[in-house]
Ligand binder design. Sequence first.
Ligand code: MG
Length: 196
Amino acid sequence: MKPVVGCDLDDVLADFITTFVRVANQLYGRPANVLARPTSWEWDGMDLSPREIDGVWHRILKTPNFWETLGVLPNVDPFLVAKLEERSDLYFPTARARGAGNDVANQSAFWLQNNFGIEFPRVIVSNEKGPLAQALKYDYFIDDRAKNCLEVKQARPECKVFLNDACHNQSFDLTEQGIPRIRGFNEFAKVVLSGE
Ligand SMILES: [Mg+2]
């Protein structure tokens, strides 16, 4: 039987942070260095006020089909994405916000088709990653947000959950909760494909 896999999109496959920082820099001139990266989920270290962070989101969600425009993270191997799609029941749960243009699930599916050649990507837009994990019976799950990893592990303890290494989650150590940190999607795909 194929394993069931839940794979988050932003900052696991898609490079959302780079685009967010670039938009902030265009709007406010900050962060002055577009290579600066947030040190928390709340965009600490970006030299932006809460109002400016809202301003960046406003611009993003006003951009038609924004979610189709993101780049692929540089260390993601499209071959491994396609292989994982072939060898598992692969779901893409995402908490992406609805914005201008096509439905956010369709924007996300189009992005996956376009970048990885997946014909019918199973994208599910929801904030409730725990209940989804339970309902879909994940065997494996990867996300860059500690909160989501913890919710999935709690809802489905038998699932092998991985925290994707990211600039904003360095303060989290979830190993005691049975959630190892993993260095990127490729390593995750190799774990799933080897049946570890
Ligand atoms: Mg994410």
